[in-house]
Design a protein around this ligand. Structure first.
Ligand code: MLC
Ligand code: AMP
Length: 519
């Protein structure tokens, strides 16, 4: 029989010998100071796994989860893995229309939501055929915990093949339709193992976990990183710069999107002294401005390590933590680059005919490796389109590899805005605006923003004779889309700039509005 690749089993094997030591300590937020031991994580996830077993679900059932961040939500993730089901995390900002799509598309057997949202979420779930809806709140209450309390705290993780599905992460698409990226136990485990060694995780490491746990960065890179090294986490349910600062002296590793770094830099308490115990600062999910990289070095003496990944591939590249023998022993973490392809990961920069570009030339980034996903949930054609004949995944990012082997991301071929580390697809926002009364058409573009890096600006064209108010457009969008997707500015123009082919020239709009939020 193939060895067991169950991700929970692998993480469990890395727990420290002293199971009563602290695995997670909550800091900040409503319930600070709670200590969860490694034994607590194991027993609590066993009880939840046994609850899932008692529901007699077919193997590989989807467990869709839209809850506020909490340690219990982490336990539910571990329980889903050990029971052999598929975890489907959903951003808490998603509204009814968005949830309806995900639930309709994924057909989860179980939906878990907060008590506050139970009314509308359960209605959507039951309509889509889901049989079980539980609640889980961020104060250790909810029907999921009540039901799990009746189950045994002993459970043997199921046997999972490397390519068995473990998680589905929805990512929006350039056509406006979200796609479920299917990640296997092997995808996630291989990436966690590679990062453990590449980033030099060691005994005594402590991670400050301040990211949401419904996306790859917080759920995989951070959580898997700590658990597979048996390292303690200082756990914040929400990013609060002061609470992070206060805890730097007790920690060694921090991970954030660039917005977290700029917000920390705005704190006078960020000093070399305050971070003297820290070993590693990692940034990713969005481009880190060279100014932030430089300011961080000046203020703290630490060089941020920037890495690059996506939902479909987990982590792809990283700047070196220590000497990288594959690249002549280079150790430099270079700002404005995302470093080298991770061991085991092949990355190439190609032209339209999939031919490798010469060193330094810009082209499309494609990747292949054990971390690359199995495809999009129930979208075989879309999956086929995104892979080349020789098995490389087309990332949609545009970049180059320099003569020293460092990869830089210089743009995207996908029409995508990354705002505070969240992806916003203009096509989705434009489709919603175009449905509004009096609107002829619209274009949404990303412009620089001092806090979120990039934010959306909506340009709307009214139908002849109609009057469209920008505030009304924003208000209508707020009623149907997650708040981070809402354009930060809306303008009404007589027409959109077009080229001779009739294509909207978004570059002109980007240029026109690039100074809206920055000087
Ligand atoms: C919040 N707001 C945002 C926003 N986050 N607007 C644009 N972009 C964002 N990212 C807006 C809300 O709409 C709201 O506006 C107001 O800010 C306050 O909301 P909030 O929820 O209180 O905001 P805050 O807690 O300050 O959140 C900011 C943040 C958060 C930066 C902490 O966005 C965050 O945690 N980002 C990290 C995202 C992440 O983990 N990405 C990883 C993806 S994985 P209003 O008008 O409604 O009041 C990936 C792969 C990889 O990309 O490589 O890692
Ligand atoms: P997601 O779909 O949320 O997983 O977002 C993945 C996308 O985030 C990638 O395709 C990149 O465009 C972007 N991304 C991730 N890390 C970086 C980085 N370090 N620099 C620039 N872009 C990044």
């Amino acid at each position: 029989m193939e060895p067991n690749h169950n991700l929970y089993a692998a993480l469990r094997a890395a727990f420290p010998a002293d199971l009563d030591s602290t695995a997670v300590e909550t800091v900040g937020g409503a319930m600070p100071g709670l200590h969860y031991s490694w034994r607590d994580l194991d027993r609590a996830s066993a009880m939840m796994a046994n609850l899932l077993v008692s529901l007699k679900l077919p193997a590989g059932s989807r467990i869709a989860v839209q809850v506020e961040k909490s340690v219990e939500a982490l336990v539910l993730y571990l329980a889903t893995l050990r029971a052999g089901h598929v975890f489907l995390p959903l951003n808490t900002a998603y509204q009814a229309g968005e949830i309806e799509y995900f639930v309709g598309n994924a057909e989860p057997a179980v939906v878990v939501c907060s008590q506050a949202n139970f009314g509308w979420v359960s209605k959507i779930a039951f309509k889509a055929g889901t049989r079980h809806v539980f609640t889980l709140n961020d104060d250790r209450s909810g029907s999921l915990l009540e039901r799990a309390a009746h189950h045994s705290d002993q459970h043997t993780p199921v046997h999972s093949a490397a390519d068995e599905l473990g998680v589905i992460i929805y990512t929006s698409g350039t056509t406006g339709r979200s796609k479920g990226a299917m990640l296997s136990h092997g995808n996630m485990l291989s990436n966690a193992q590679v990062l453990r060694s590449y980033w030099g995780w060691k005994d005594g490491d402590v991670l400050i976990h301040a990211l949401p746990i419904f996306h790859v960065h917080g759920l995989f890179v951070a959580i898997h990183g700590a658990l597979i090294n048996g390292s303690k986490m200082l756990w914040l349910n929400k990013f609060e710069p002061r609470a992070v600062l206060e805890n730097f002296p007790r920690a060694t590793v921090f991970m954030g999107v660039p917005t977290l770094y700029t917000r920390l830099l705005a704190e006078p308490g960020l000093t070399k002294q305050q971070v003297s115990n820290m070993r590693l600062f990692v940034s990713g999910s969005a481009p880190l401005l060279i100014e932030t990289f430089d300011d961080w070095k000046t203020r703290t003496g630490h060089t941020i390590l920037e890495r690059y990944g996506m939902s479909e591939t987990v982590m792809i590249t990283s700047n070196p933590y220590a000497a990288d023998a594959r690249h002549g022993g280079q150790t430099e973490r270079r700002g404005s680059t995302v470093g080298f392809p991770l061991p085991g990961n092949e990355l190439r920069v190609v032209d339209d005919a999939n031919q490798a570009m010469p060193v330094g030339e810009i082209g499309a980034i494609q990747v292949r490796g054990p971390n690359v996903f199995k495809g999009y949930w129930r979208m075989p054609e879309k999956t086929a389109e995104e892979f080349t004949a020789d098995g490389f995944f087309k990332t949609g990012d545009v970049g180059r590899i320099d003569e020293r082997g460092y990869v830089s991301i210089v743009g995207r071929s996908k029409d995508l805005i990354i705002s505070g580390g969240y992806n916003v697809y203009p096509a989705e926002i434009e489709a919603a605006i175009n449905e509004m009364p009096g609107v002829a058409e619209s274009a949404v573009v990303g412009v620089p923003h001092p806090d979120f890096g990039e934010v959306g600006v909506a340009v709307v064209i009214a139908r002849p004779g109609a009057v469209v108010q920008p505030d009304a457009v924003v208000a209508a969008l707020k009623a149907q889309l997650a708040n981070f997707k809402i354009p930060k500015r809306c303008v009404v123009l007589p027409e959109l700039p077009r080229n001779t082919m009739g294509k909207v020239q978004k570059n002109l709009l980007r240029d026109q509005y690039k100074g809206l939020f920055v000087s």
